[in-house]
Design a protein around this ligand. Structure first.
Ligand SMILES: O=P(O)(O)OC[C@H]1O[C@H](OP(=O)(O)OP(=O)(O)O)[C@H](O)[C@@H]1O
Ligand SMILES: O=C(O)c1cc(=O)[nH]c(=O)[nH]1
Length: 213
């Protein structure tokens, strides 16, 4: 049995094992925020591993049962949060919705798909937090629908100052199953990265916006 305290290392270890974490310092990745980064974490790969996605869903569900027992809707962020939200909603026998990054340009032109009613308490499920921009936008959409975002839960956070501050300013609780610190520790232990990689990543994290420019 895994205790809650073991989850960050266990999830980090799984992400490394399935090749979700890529380092590419010489050919930086472009993140959704426009930030150039020597590291990319593709949590979407967890969908393809039933035992890992089950651990993720059960961990999210345990947090919601313990801390947000009033949750009435589980809402995924499009696209990578959607499957995890579906598995959590199924476990908790709660309604599920998802929130697009922008309203659909045709059909019903919805931003939110599924039902979120005014006054309902909503937990937002995201796969990853970099700047927090995407998930906070989703939480804002929940508010604009007249509902209450109780928290954002995500699989992984880079723990960047920008993201941490954005959540604090928005007054929305953020909880993640794993994070950058746990990933670095496990990756060093496993020999997946070397001390010099950690040093280079540290320099990038201190000023991510100017990296690769
Ligand atoms: O915290 P942020 O700076 O907003 O970055 C994190 C977001 O970026 C990724 O989504 P992406 O835009 O790549 O879209 P996807 O979910 O459709 O893959 C990820 O799934 C998060 O939603
Ligand atoms: O910020 C992003 O766009 C981002 C970073 C990352 O490591 N993984 C991901 O899926 N998106």
């Amino acid at each position: 049995m895994t205790t809650l305290a073991e989850i960050p290392a266990r999830i980090a270890s799984h992400l490394l094992e399935i090749g979700a974490v890529a380092l590419r310092p010489k050919q930086p990745f472009t993140w959704t925020s426009g930030i150039k980064s020597p590291i990319y974490c593709d949590n979407r790969l967890t969908m393809s591993y039933p035992e890992i996605r089950e651990l993720i869903a059960e961990s999210f569900a345990a947090i919601i049962r313990a801390q947000y027992p009033d949750a009435e809707v589980i809402a995924g962020t499009a696209t990578a949060g959607i499957p995890h939200a579906a598995w959590v909603a199924q476990k908790l026998n709660l309604p599920m919705a998802y929130i697009r990054d922008k309203a659909k340009g045709h059909g019903k032109e919805n931003l939110i798909e599924g039902i979120i009613k005014p006054g309902q308490k909503v937990v937002v499920i995201e796969d990853l937090i970099s700047t927090g921009g995407s998930s906070l936008k989703a939480a804002l959409a929940v508010k604009e629908a007249g509902a209450e975002p109780l928290a954002v839960l995500a699989i992984f956070s880079y723990q960047l100052d920008k993201g941490v501050q954005a959540f604090a300013e928005a007054g929305i609780p953020l909880q993640t199953l794993s994070n950058y610190a746990a990933l670095m520790e496990v990756a060093l232990e496993k020999g997946a990265i070397q001390q010099e990689d950690v040093k280079a990543l540290k320099a990038w994290r201190e000023d991510p916006s100017s990296f690769g420019n």
